[in-house]
Ligand binder design. Structure first.
Ligand SMILES: NC(=O)c1ccc[n+]([C@@H]2O[C@H](COP(=O)([O-])OP(=O)(O)OC[C@H]3O[C@@H](n4cnc5c(N)ncnc54)[C@H](O)[C@@H]3O)[C@@H](O)[C@H]2O)c1
Length: 471
């Protein structure tokens, strides 16, 4: 099929590349000419495992190209809208400006009977609003196909998704021919797009527009709830002498609960979860559903509270004040395996430490190039070893494998004080303590003394910390 993908960011670039890998002829359209140029060269403008290979394949077999001219989408039978829907600057609601602008730009180039399908995460009512934008083209069919991919595993998530959701006009009842059961309209078009996935047995759910629009926000709200729940319990663990790691392990073994998203730590960030739960809250408020509204407000507050707790604990580990202290932050991206720094908890905490007077050095395997211009108060270092030199406190804020595997003795030879705040609760605390380190986590401090009594260390380096894989 001939397909266009409008908006080639984290979602759209992956969607375009995976559709081309399924055999479709795809043009990706983006308003950012630098991004278009880079994608056209077969190079991803961001770190996403497996994407470069798909872009290069698509380029060499001629099935994938990129353009900043919407007219290049004119031959497509199906257009996917993948532009951003960030949080509005003055409220919790989603900003749909990019979506409206993309639909307007596409309008003069739509072929007769074309299908326009949104993939962005949007509030209920968005399809109806876009129908208004496309009103002079009643022949164009509209659908919503929310996307559930996760950055870091986006290629795999797109090629082997847990499910496909189609939002269609009139819902499931209108999606199939009542006598033959054959799919109709948008359902038939999307079945043709995703034919290899359906053949592989990926479940496909057909629903009405409102349901399709709400599913992604509800899914993210549930995941955020799980994270904030265990983080709230982590605080109770620290207050009561329990250990949240042992507690969540035991809880997660119950198959009704499961261990995913049940790991206490610094909490979530990124370009999706925070703005999606706020949009969900705002939608609930608009519909007068106070329970969801209050719930989301609490989930958000607990999540942001983890950042404050981390800063407070860092100050405590520095003897009560951060002023003048040399602090090293491991991690800048909002989560491992991506270079995305949108609403990164790690950078937020690092910046607050600097605001409190600490000399903060941040390192990250992939995100330094994205971060350094945006955070003038912070010093950035691409080598983990150099970043650790002379630190009086180390904070692990993004759980890259590289940091989980750090050698306590090698790291100990570089720092001035062997004190680590593992705000992701991923280090082997016993091994680090055996290496002479004071180790603190979030919810894992049962029986630990408080205060800044962490000893200075003079232990020599026995082996070197591996240099980071800087971009
Ligand atoms: N990032 C994820 O992991 C993910 C996962 C699922 C769903 N989503 C949703 O997908 C949507 C996009 O997210 P993202 O992370 O890819 O955002 P992004 O900011 O990385 O990408 C958006 C892209 O759209 C482009 N754009 C803006 N206006 C345009 C226009 N008029 N025409 C063409 N291109 C235009 C921008 O230049 C940018 O490249 C959001 O609604 C998000 O919630 C994201």
């Amino acid at each position: 099929m001939k397909i266009s993908v409008i908006g080639c960011g984290y979602l759209g670039a992956v969607h375009a590349a995976t559709l081309a890998s399924m055999g479709h002829t795809v043009v990706g359209i983006d308003v950012d000419p630098a991004k278009v140029e880079q994608l056209g060269r077969g190079a991803a403008p961001f770190h996403e495992p497996g994407l470069d290979e798909l872009l290069r394949d698509g380029r060499s077999n001629g099935r994938l190209r990129f353009s900043s001219d919407a007219a290049d989408a004119k031959d497509a039978q199906v257009h996917f809208l993948c532009v951003g829907t960030p949080q509005d600057k003055t409220s919790d609601a989603a900003d749909l400006t990019f979506l409206v602008s993309a639909a307007r730009t596409l309008l003069p180039h739509l072929a007769a009977g074309a299908v326009v399908v949104g993939k962005s995460t949007v509030p209920v009512g968005t399809v109806e609003m876009l129908r208004g934008v496309l009103a002079r083209r009643p022949d164009v069919l509209l659908g919503w196909n929310p996307e559930f991919l996760r950055q870091g595993t986006a290629v795999k998530d797109s090629l082997v998704p847990d499910r496909l959701v189609y939002g269609v006009d009139g819902g499931r009842g209108a999606a199939f021919n009542p006598s033959t059961g054959a799919p109709l309209g948008v359902t038939a078009a999307l079945d043709a797009v995703y034919e290899p996935l359906l053949r592989a047995g990926i479940p496909r759910l057909v629903c009405n527009f409102a349901t399709a629009e709400l599913i992604k926000s509800a899914a993210n709200a549930y995941l955020a709830t799980k994270v904030s729940f265990i983080n709230a319990v982590a605080e109770l663990c620290d207050a009561s002498g329990a250990d949240v790691g042992e507690l969540s392990e035991a809880m997660g073994l119950d198959p009704r609960i499961g261990n995913r998203y049940l790991h206490a730590g610094l909490g979530f960030g990124g370009g999706c979860l925070p703005k999606d739960i706020r949009s969900f809250r705002s939608q609930a408020a608009g519909h007068g559903v106070a329970a969801v509204e209050d719930w989301m407000r609490l989930v958000d507050a607990v999540n942001l509270g983890q950042r404050s707790r981390t800063v407070d604990l860092a100050a405590e580990l520095c003897g009560g004040t951060l002023a003048g202290r040399s602090v090293t932050v491991l991690g800048a991206s909002f989560k491992p395996d991506t270079d995305d720094i949108r609403d990164s908890p790690a950078l937020d905490v690092a910046d607050r430490l600097a605001a409190a007077g600490a000399h903060v050095t941040v390192t990250d395997p992939k995100a330094v190039n994205h971060a350094w211009r945006r955070y003038p108060r912070l010093r950035f270092e691409t080598s983990t070893g150099r970043a650790l030199e002379g630190a009086e406190l180390v904070l692990l804020l993004t759980e890259w494998d590289e940091y989980r595997q750090l050698s306590p003795s090698a790291a100990g030879g570089l720092v001035r004080r062997r004190v680590v705040l593992d705000a992701r609760n991923v280090l082997d605390a016993d091994a680090w303590r055996a290496g002479g380190w004071v180790v603190r986590g979030l919810g894992t401090n049962a029986g630990m003394p408080t205060g800044g009594a962490a000893p200075a260390t003079t232990a020599p380096a026995t082996d070197r910390v591996p240099a980071s894989r800087a971009r």
